[in-house]
Design a protein around this ligand. Structure first.
Ligand SMILES: Nc1ncnc2c1ncn2[C@@H]1O[C@H](COP(=O)(O)OP(=O)(O)OP(=O)(O)O)[C@@H](O)[C@H]1O
Ligand SMILES: [Mg+2]
Length: 246
């Protein structure tokens, strides 16, 4: 459902020269699969996810989501995905409920469905206490919940989440993890990034380790343990980071 083939993106940076943020990356994610992208700061995770969300053009290679090419059919790709990133730029004067309605209408969800679905999301994400308060009055975790609700309002078959639990407390992170697992059971395809090893182990069917723009290894947690000969997740990860590209 997600196909990434030799995808690359470089940036011309005045001070650093050419930065190869994503360099010849390939992977696929199937329906009903949770695929985790792990890597240190600056590894290229967000750049990769932004290309898949059509927010950034690749410099080489190609990618498709739900059968649509990100460069040839960006509108169809956007309809197919729920995208979440750390810098969603929520409108300060809107409320979480208004945000959901706004994006639902943009995605042409009919009013009756929109009303029902926004109510469900408010309930399931435990947002009823603040669904009608303006964003400038909310905590970062509350905003993150609202951003998640907004990403799900059009019921997309593919979820692309960039560090969805980064600002969340343990309880709320658990709710979001529950959401991701439920999305998997519903047959959705989930690609997400995280720095939280335990979460990746708990959620992901497969994990890809990315470093300096390059995909180092892809596999199930068991496979990664076998490849590295390490048990502890952090050590598995550190070992994979050291590796040269196969
Ligand atoms: N617009 C840009 N212009 C120049 N360089 C950029 C731009 N966007 C990203 N980069 C560079 O691309 C590289 C990858 O950045 P990216 O944000 O994808 O990393 P990341 O894996 O998401 O890191 P983090 O874990 O910190 O979120 C970094 O070196 C970054 O400085
Ligand atoms: Mg990032």
């Amino acid at each position: 459902m997600i196909e990434v083939a030799s995808l690359s993106r470089s940036f011309a940076d005045k001070k650093r020269g050419v930065v190869h943020a994503v360099n010849d990356v390939s992977f696929t994610v199937a329906p009903g699969e949770i695929f985790g992208l792990l890597g240190p700061n600056g590894a290229g995770k967000s750049t990769c996810l932004r290309m898949l969300a059509t927010l950034l053009a690749p410099t080489a290679g190609r990618a498709s989501v739900n059968g649509f090419d990100v460069q040839r059919s960006p509108a169809r790709v956007r309809e197919s995905i729920g995208f979440l990133s750390g810098d969603m730029g929520l409108y300060q004067r809107m409320t979480p409920r208004e945000l959901m309605l706004f994006f639902g209408r943009l995605s042409r969800v009919d009013e009756a469905t929109l009303k029902r679905r926004s109510g469900e999301l408010i309930e399931r994400l435990a947002m009823s206490g603040f669904a009608d308060s303006r964003f400038d009055k909310l905590s970062s975790g509350m905003r993150q919940k609202a951003a998640i609700a907004r990403a799900l309002i059009h019921n997309p078959p593919v979820l692309i989440f960039d560090e969805p639990t980064a600002t969340l407390d343990v309880v709320t992170a658990g709710i979001v993890e529950g959401f991701i697992l439920e999305a998997k059971r519903e047959g959705r395809c989930i690609l997400y990034s995280t720095h939280i090893m335990e979460e990746a182990e708990y959620l992901c069917d497969r994990i890809a380790v990315i470093n300096e723009g390059r995909l180092r290894t892809t596999g199930t947690m068991e496979e990664l343990r076998a490849v590295t000969g390490k048990q502890r997740l952090r050590e598995v990860f550190l070992d994979l980071l050291e590796r040269q590209v196969a």
